[in-house]
Ligand binder design. Sequence first.
Ligand code: MIG
Length: 783
Amino acid sequence: MFGKLINYNVKENIIYFNFKNGEGRIEIISPSIINVFSPLKYKEHNSKAIENLKLEKCGFKAERINDFIKITTEELIINIYNDFKVDFCDKNGLALCQDYKKERNPFIRRGEMGIAEEEGHEAEKGFKKHKIEVIKKLFGDEKFYGLGEKTGHLNKKGYYYEMWNTDDPRPHTESYKSLYKTIPFFITLRNKAAFGIFFDNTFKSYFDMGKENSEYYYFGADDGNLDYYFIAGDDISKVISGYTKLTGRTPLPQRWVLGYQQSRFSYTPEERLMEVAKKFRENNIPCDVLHLDIDYMENFKVFTWDKNKFPDEKKTIEKLARDGFKVVTIIDPGVKKQKGYSIYDEGLKKDCFAVDKDGVTYVNKVWPGDAVYPDFSSIDTRLWWGDNHKVLLDINVAGIWNDMNEPAGFNGPIPDSVQFKNDGNPTNHSEIHNVYGHLMSKAAYEGLKKYSGKRPFVITRACYAGTQKYSTVWTGDNQSLWEHLRMAVPMLLNLGLSGIAFCGTDVGGFSFDCTAELLSRWTQLGCFSPLFRNHSSTKTRDQEPWAFDEETLNITRKYIKLRYKLVPYLYDLMWQCESTGLPVMRPLVLHYADDENTYEINDEFLFGENILAAPVVEQGKRYRGLYLPKGEWTDYWTGEIIKGGKFIIKEAPIDVCPIYIKAGSIIPNYPEQNYIGEKKIDELTLDIYPGKGKYTHYNDDGESFDYKNGRYTIYEFDIDLNKETLINIKKSGNYFNYKTFKIIYNSKDAKQVYFNNNRIEFEASDRGIVFVIPAEEGIINII
Ligand code: MIG
């Protein structure tokens, strides 16, 4: 397509290429991040994902070698050939990723659908060439990860997907090409080296990960620019850090957001909501958040309340607050088309709605009936929309749940011809569709930040690359099926690898009736999902922890309590994420990429680096096989210490989710609470597993942005293990200090304990000793 390479020239960090039939550019973002670009539609990048990118100053060299141009950075060699074919090599010249130099050549499909189609069988689409296509050579040993929220397994090799945000309520299966989210980013692991590719194109896009031919994989799009980033890394962590340097990182949330959340379509009227709240406290189950689904509104009109169901919504929220509950309300994009309804009238007046090709406000149907669609691609609309949240924040609504923002329409898909302002660069739906939810959640985030001053809590269903800066996500309408519990693990892991560190599924499943056993197992997974929310659809059977039987109540309570115990550990992970981009739930391969046994583990994951969870995802299963990577691991339930680097079989009765703690871990624990913030925590418990290790614990006010101005305390622990154990404690910052640390040291060998040379009394615990020291700098010495 580009034809012969004619010449090139260098300006600042960009190398411009002229080909016989077009222009190409290579932009050096950093020594290991390279942008490949051709202005096929727009002269410049028009990214919705990347904001305020700062280039790293770095030297590079460009030179002609025979028929290609060689670019050398400190970390990479990039060769550019005729037809704008690009090869990436490491600094020693070893090929990492190469363009495929031949044409696509799909496998053969034989036969005719004929009558089979009438019967309802879906015909596979034949070969389709895309306007933009980048074809990469398959070396054969690749593993692919990422691509956001996709069905199927952890490793995406051999799958074909499309990126077109889709609300399809049928049971999501492995053959689904699209769900609610578009994250055109994947990580390739090959030869123990990793790199990522972020294809920053919001039009409908295509990812064939070696399905149509085993010699190549490709990505492509219907329109837009050729615009992708190659992100090299020695390991997966570095690739994620590079990708999130481009698209942003999940910011530290308020602490209560990490508590348990209960939802339902819908908890109305007020009495029902109150009854649910009461049941939590009666049953001694911690809970921080209750969600209000669409029925709280008057005729599904956003930013209104149905006064028949909530006569005084402000009071309702106050009453719940006294018991430690926060309320999150749903807000859909569709605005009811009704004269006299202020949001509709105002939006029209301010020209905030998308219009059809003739400039007439576009109407589709959603919950409120005929509805119009805010044009979130316009800054004026985003500001207006953000401001609308003030009425909710004024009565202390604590977070916003954005749904239906693919955007969905009951009268069928929104036509491509619908017009959007796109901040001064007008375009149509085909370009905005995949970023509609992203821009909506950005508007909500900014409104919440402006009027609450706290760290915004937004949950969105649709998203694009970079949404992590604004919102957490849930994986939409799953069903109460074992198959969906099983699929949740790789789906959440791949979301995490795609920059979305904060995500979760509807615990228990949305559609269909849950069972006692399924809820028990799903809550065990939920305990380790950053967003821990039980939600289910209208008309399905009750799905709260107490809705089944005594056993299920006890099991769900056990795991919800465990979650509350682990909140300081999880909060530390979220804090780290702001500087590393690393997710909370991590596939084993992220930390153990030199161990091939970890490459395709679909039903185990690391919760941070220290905790390994292996949930049971099959009905009736009371034991399971699992892999422990190298190192020593303590069985959290039995205390048994197991040497890793092997597969083991673990008994897992219905109340046991296998959990292992890595040697050398320090896990901070909170005491039991009904909700986060119920108790002032002056004493932090540190659950310590002997071994060499380091841990950093972070503490702040848990809600405001003051931490950005240094209002926090950091405790650093360093455990050294020789003949005796030395734990070195350092502190920086002086704002949120504990009085004491209660230390649980999980070893029976301890004979004497000193803190800064003072002898400390200790008691025996189940698996070791317990003692209390002042929460100060110093050295603990365990002999
Ligand atoms: O058409 O608001 O995924 O969580 O309960 C269904 C009602 C609309 C879909 C969401 C689901 C929510 C439901 N919504």
